[in-house]
Design a protein around this ligand. Structure first.
Ligand SMILES: O=C(O)c1cc(=O)[nH]c(=O)n1[C@@H]1O[C@H](COP(=O)(O)O)[C@@H](O)[C@H]1O
Length: 293
């Protein structure tokens, strides 16, 4: 992937047609704006720090401000669904507004819901987050494959049908993840997920980048090497949380991802959101984070 060529307000023209595959749209956004996704995580403490109430009104104000600030700068935004759900149905309505506003602002949205269930139920989650016309439809959705990769089939297929994408958890950024994901050594659980995603991306062979992405934490250190995992073979985007608040830096990410770094979309939430509520301070934090990548 080429280096970013755009000014921070470069337009992401490729979002115009929802039927263009997500991977291709994301590759274009990363080329134009750089490899940064800003997480929209309205933690109660952050709302209070911004002088907002921990209420639906506070949630709405926070969401609008973040999108106004980072929408023109980031390749994607990633609302954290749990932090909307905790406000009940009115919170989900704010999330719907945010997803619609992101479409309007032509910035890609990744709903961070980490869904995963038996196939028949998975079809319901897919319908909510990946179907054209759904009020919660996002450009992509995070998925948990720990009921078995194939249980994700309804989401994989609906995403492909609608030009949307998925990010499947492989090696997560939290320290507890290793107790499941590293099991099996050279034939680890995580390696199986990575290989399954690579097979799935064969259907996107003609696209710039596959639409089946993986989540690999920026904090995983030498785990990729230790487990013999080749991310470059996946031909899909790698969503890498852990930058900023969880301690990882741009230099750590280059060392961790090696050849696969060109497909890495770094994501930071608190590290950028902590600069708010001032719009220009949020923009400065975003630009500085981008510079470090
Ligand atoms: O799927 C994710 O986005 C995710 C996966 C993972 O392994 N680690 C991880 O931190 N995340 C999410 O990424 C965000 C990180 O937030 P900050 O630590 O504030 O940058 C949170 O919304 C997490 O839920």
């Amino acid at each position: 992937m080429a280096e970013p060529d755009g000014t921070p307000d470069a337009q992401v023209k490729s979002t115009e047609s929802p039927k263009v595959a997500f991977g291709t749209r994301l590759a274009e956004a990363m080329r134009a704006r750089g490899p940064l996704c800003v997480g929209i995580d309205p933690h109660p403490g952050l709302l209070l720090k911004w002088g907002l109430e921990d209420s639906v009104a506070g949630l709405r104000s926070f969401s609008r401000t973040v999108l106004e600030a980072v929408g023109p700068l980031a390749a994607a935004v990633k609302p954290q669904v749990a932090l909307y759900e905790r406000h009940g149905s009115a919170g989900l309505a704010v999330l719907e507004e945010l997803l619609a506003a992101a479409r309007e602002a032509r910035v890609l949205s990744i709903a961070d819901a980490k869904r995963g269930d038996i196939g028949s139920t998975m079809a319901g989650y897919a319908d909510a987050w990946l179907r054209d016309g759904s009020s919660l439809a996002a450009d992509a959705l995070t998925l948990s494959p720990y009921l078995g990769f194939e249980s994700l089939r309804p989401a994989l297929d609906l995403a492909a049908e609608n030009g949307r994408g998925v990010f499947v958890l492989a090696l997560t950024s939290n320290p507890e993840g290793a107790s499941v994901q590293h099991v099996g050594g050279n034939q680890s659980v995580a390696k199986g997920i990575v290989q399954a995603a690579a097979r799935e991306n064969e259907r996107y062979a003609k696209e710039t980048l596959g639409s089946v992405g993986l989540v690999v934490g920026a904090t995983v250190g030498t785990a990729l090497n230790d487990l013999g995992i080749d991310l470059a073979a996946v031909r899909g985007p790698i969503l890498a949380p852990g930058l900023g608040a969880q301690g990882a830096t741009g230099a750590d990410m280059r060392a961790t991802f090696g050849d696969a770094y060109q497909a890495v979309l770094a994501t930071s939430s608190r590290g950028i959101l902590g600069a708010g509520p001032n719009i220009s301070a949020l923009q400065q934090a975003t630009v500085e984070t981008l510079r470090g990548l």
